[in-house]
Design a protein around this ligand. Structure first.
Ligand code: ADE
Ligand code: ZN
Length: 336
């Protein structure tokens, strides 16, 4: 019953890395096409090799996986596969991070990356009616100069990108390291978000910097906002969207941070549920992550609806789009 309610609900995803949707089958196909040797020859063997126990070991897999992406066609097929899959789950809108520095540092042109992704977005809009937008993900373990370069390269595609985010390894790389880059991004008219991941050092301080120094519009993850009463109250009062990812690592199907999600809802925070890197997180896309979370902590229909509402409310879309999505959600909830 909850399963069909979740499946049928019109939903938005605000936190997914397109490179993190690289399923083992696609990775094998791109590797073969590009003449790249992989250590495993079947999708099952590749999937079985995906194990990690912290952000650093996850990122090692993620950056290794994306090396098979070389051509515009690869980026097109990667993105179209993701959009097709989530369309089948009644996702009506997706905001996708992409990490250009992870590609330009391997000699792949920024243009190939973004043209491939954009081609798939256009085709999904036409063929499936699915709308999506792009977030420029900057790698925080690289220098601020490198981030500024990537930002400047993005300006040729200003209309194709709706916001700027900060991802990769948070340890020793606080939000303030990128103060100038994000100030410039704001001046260029981009929306701003940053990862404040889980189990990182100085999490409360990083969320504070996001709010008070950077002036972000959203925070990716941000679970540790619950750790500090004053911060919690500030996040609640400002209704900053937190894009929680109650995903599961390969070694354990239990959703991470499900209790925090329920608590955030009960505190009236503007929280959403997202999939982050589904190909590395058991292949669970939005419906599976939502159902798994619902089952773990017993979310009500009202709470599930609130999650969808929060996502449409916090998406970087036009007033008209927001009105349309909210009306579709209201009609769905009213009719079920
Ligand atoms: N890049 C891709 N996925 C990420 C995550 N969950 N945290 C930080 N950087 C990432
Ligand atoms: Zn992420």
């Amino acid at each position: 019953m909850m399963k069909s309610f979740i499946q049928g609900m019109p939903k938005a995803e605000l936190h997914v890395h397109i490179e993190g949707t690289l399923e083992p089958e696609l990775r094998l196909r791109f590797a073969a096409r590009n003449g790249i040797e992989l250590p495993y020859q079947t999708a099952d063997a590749l999937a079985a090799s995906y194990d990690y126990n912290d952000l650093a070991s996850f990122l090692a897999l993620y950056f290794d996986g994306l090396k098979v992406l070389r051509t515009e066609r690869d980026f097109f097929e990667l993105t179209y596969a993701y959009l097709q899959r989530v369309h089948a789950q009644n996702v009506v809108y997706a905001e996708m991070h992409f990490d250009p520095q992870a590609h330009t540092s391997r000699g792949i042109a920024f243009d190939s990356v973004i043209n491939g992704i954009r081609g798939a977005q256009d085709e999904a809009r036409q063929e499936l009616g699915l709308r999506s937008r792009l977030i420029l993900g900057l790698l925080r373990d690289m220098s601020a100069e490198s981030a500024m370069d990537a930002l400047e390269q993005s300006l040729a595609y200003r209309d194709w990108i709706v916001g700027v985010g900060l991802d990769s390894d948070e340890k020793g790389n606080p939000p303030v390291k990128f103060r100038d880059v994000f100030e410039r991004a704001r001046a260029e008219g981009y929306n701003l978000t940053m990862h404040c991941d889980h189990l990182q050092d100085n999490s409360v301080e990083h969320i504070r910097q996001c709010l008070d120094v950077i002036g972000v519009d959203r925070i990716d993850h941000g679970y540790h906002a619950l750790d500090d009463a004053a911060l919690l109250e500030d996040v609640r009062r400002r209704q900053v969207c937190l894009t929680f990812c109650t995903t599961s690592p390969p070694s354990n199907p239990a959703p991470r941070r499900a209790n925090e999600l329920k608590s955030a809802l009960e505190h009236g925070l503007n929280v959403t549920v997202n999939t982050d890197d589904p190909a590395y997180m058991r292949g669970y896309y939005l419906n599976e992550v939502l159902l798994n979370t619902q089952q773990a902590v017993g979310l009500s229909r009202e709470q599930l609806t609130q999650l969808a509402r929060n996502a449409f409310r916090s998406a970087w879309i036009t007033r008209e789009e927001r009105g349309e999505f909210m009306a579709a959600l209201d009609a769905y909830v009213g009719g079920t």
